[in-house]
Write a protein that binds this ligand. Structure first.
Ligand code: AMP
Ligand code: GLY
Length: 421
C-alpha cells in the first residue's frame, strides 16, 4: 500500500509514525513534510494547498490512500478532488470541513440543534458590531468567521480591546476576507478539554482526551501560540463528563451534520470548556489537533490505518478503537522568540528515542546534510508512562537532550493537570 499524508507539522509526523506500524503500508509520501519527517517518509515538494499538483502526484504514483491532515486543504476541498479521481481519503469533504472553516456556520449549527455553546451575535456590518459592543457584557470574545492561522480569536478584557479587535478584523482586514464577518460571543470560564473523535458519519468513537497549553510562557503567560505542549488524558474529563458530552454534544453534532446534508467523516475535534453550567463547545476543528495528536496517537493500541479506512468506508461501528491505560506528555521545543521573531538554521542534535519516548518534528530542514531548525515550533518531545507524573518526567528528559542554539520550551507542561488530580 502506498499512502500520501498531506501536511508538514509535528501532527503529520505523529500520524506517519503511527501509520507505519501497519505492515501493509510499504511507502508513505509526505506532501510537503519537513526535514525531520524525511527520516520516516519520502518528502515531496508539493504544498498542502496545491490541489492540482496533489491530484496529479496521487495518480502518477498510483496512491492507494490519502490522509489530509491540515485545515486549509480540507476546507479547500482536497478530499473531494482526490475522491473524484478514485483516491480514497481520510478527512472530511469541503462541505463538512466548513464546521471549522466558518465560525458563523458552526455557531448557527449549534443554535439550530441545541448543542451547548456560548451565546453569540453575528455581524457583517462594522457599525452594527461597534454599536452592540457599547452595551455588551465585558469580558467578551471576538472571532473572525474564517480560518486565521489560529489567531482569529480575541478575548477582550475591556470594551476598548473589543472595539480594537472588531476594527482590526472588519476595517483593517488583518485576517483578509476571514474577518468580513465576525462572531461576538459570551466569555466562558472553566477548564478546557480537547477531544478528538473518529467518525464515519454514523457512529462516533472519541479518542483519549487531552489538554493543550497555548501560551508561550510558564504559568500560561505570554502570547498565544499554536500550542507549547499537551498531556493526555485530561484529568478534568471524567467518565461522567464524557457521558454528558456523548449525549449533548458528540452525537448531536454528527446528527446535525447529516441533517444538513454535510456528513462528516474523519477526525472531528471538539474544543470544550467545562463551565458551571455544563460542558460547552468552544470550537470545532475538522481535523486532528496539533500538538494534541502527539500525545493521543502514542496511546492508541488499535491500528490507525484500519480505523482511517473504516471512517471512510462507513464501518467504524465494527472497528476497534482502543487506547492503553497510562498517560502521555508532549513538550514542544521552540526557537527562542516564537511566536514573534526568532532565528533559524541552527544545527540540531536529537537524542535516540523509542519505546516510551518519541520525537515528532514540526519545523526543520536539512541544510548541507545537517538537520537544522526551520520554524517557530521545532519539535515535540514525547514521553509516555503509567502515570501522568512519570510521563511528564520522561518527556522533559527527551526535551533536555534536544540541542540547538536558542532552543526554548516551557517548564510547566502538565502542571495544571497534576494539580487537578
Ligand atoms: P482558537 O484560536 O479558536 O483555538 O481559540 C483560542 C482560545 O480562545 C480557546 O482555546 C479558548 O481558550 C479561548 N476562547 C474561545 N472562545 C472563548 C469563550 N467564549 N470564552 C472564553 N474563552 C474562549
Ligand atoms: N491545538 C489546537 C489546534 O490544533 O487547533
Amino acid at each position: 500500500m502506498k499512502l500520501i499524508v498531506i501536511g508538514s507539522g509535528g501532527r503529520e509526523h505523529a500520524i506517519i509514525k503511527k501509520l507505519l506500524e501497519n505492515k501493509e503500508i510499504t511507502k508513505i509520501y509526505a506532501l510537503p513534510g519537513n526535514g525531520g519527517i524525511a527520516a520516516d517518509a519520502e518528502c515531496v515538494d508539493i504544498g498542502a494547498k496545491d490541489k492540482d499538483a496533489i491530484v496529479k502526484f496521487a495518480l502518477d504514483n498510483k496512491i492507494d490512500f490519502a490522509v489530509v491532515a491540515p485545515d486549509d486543504p480540507l476546507v479547500l476541498g482536497v478530499v473531494d478532488a482526490l475522491e473524484e479521481v478514485g483516491v480514497p481519503c481520510f478527512g472530511p469533504r469541503a462541505n463538512a470541513a466548513i464546521i471549522e472553516g466558518s465560525k458563523v456556520f458552526s455557531k448557527n449549527l449549534m443554535k439550530k440543534y441545541n448543542i451547548p455553546t456560548a451565546t453569540y451575535e453575528v455581524f457583517e456590518d462594522m457599525d452594527a458590531a461597534l454599536k452592540y459592543l457599547e452595551t455588551a457584557p465585558i469580558p467578551t470574545v471576538v472571532k473572525a468567521d474564517g480560518l486565521a492561522l489560529g489567531k482569529g480569536v480575541i478575548i477582550a478584557m475591556t470594551r476598548e480591546e473589543a472595539v480594537d479587535a472588531v476594527k482590526s478584523m472588519m476595517a483593517d482586514k488583518v485576517f483578509g476576507e476571514s474577518g468580513s464577518r465576525v462572531v461576538i460571543e459570551e466569555f466562558l470560564e472553566g477548564p478546557e478539554v480537547s477531544v478528538l473523535a473518529f467518525t464515519d458519519g454514523k457512529v462516533v468513537k472519541p479518542m483519549v482526551s487531552s489538554m493543550d497549553h497555548k501560551r508561550a510562557l510558564d504559568g500560561d503567560k505570554g502570547l498565544n501560540t499554536g500550542g507549547m505542549g499537551t498531556v493526555a488524558p485530561n484529568p478534568y474529563y471524567t467518565k461522567e463528563i464524557a457521558e454528558e458530552c456523548m449525549k449533548t454534544i458528540f452525537l448531536p453534532t454528527i446528527d446535525a451534520m447529516n441533517k444538513e446534508g454535510r456528513t462528516f467523516k474523519g477526525c472531528l475535534y471538539f474544543g470544550l470548556m467545562i463551565t458551571k453550567n455544563g460542558v460547552k463547545v468552544i470550537e470545532y476543528n475538522c481535523r486532528f489537533g496539533d500538538p494534541e495528536t502527539q500525545v493521543v496517537l502514542p496511546l492508541l493500541e488499535s491500528d490507525l490505518f484500519t480505523i482511517m479506512k473504516a471512517c471512510r468506508d462507513g464501518s467504524l461501528a465494527e472497528t476497534e478503537v482502543k487506547f492503553m491505560d497510562g498517560s502521555a506528555c508532549c513538550v514542544v521545543v521552540a526557537s527562542k522568540g516564537y511566536p514573534q521573531k526568532y532565528e533559524t538554521g541552527f544545527e540540531m542534535t536529537l537524542p535516540t528515542v523509542g519505546g516510551d519516548t518519541d520525537i515528532y518534528v514540526a519545523g526543520a530542514k536539512i541544510i548541507d546534510g545537517k538537520l537544522c531548525n526551520a520554524g517557530g515550533r521545532v519539535l515535540g518531545a514525547v514521553g509516555k508512562a503509567e502515570t501522568l507524573e512519570k510521563a511528564i518526567k520522561v518527556a522533559y528528559g527527551v526535551a533536555k537532550e534536544v540541542k540547538f542554539e536558542n532552543a526554548y520550551f516551557r517548564s510547566d507542561i502538565g502542571k495544571k493537570a497534576l494539580e487537578a488530580k
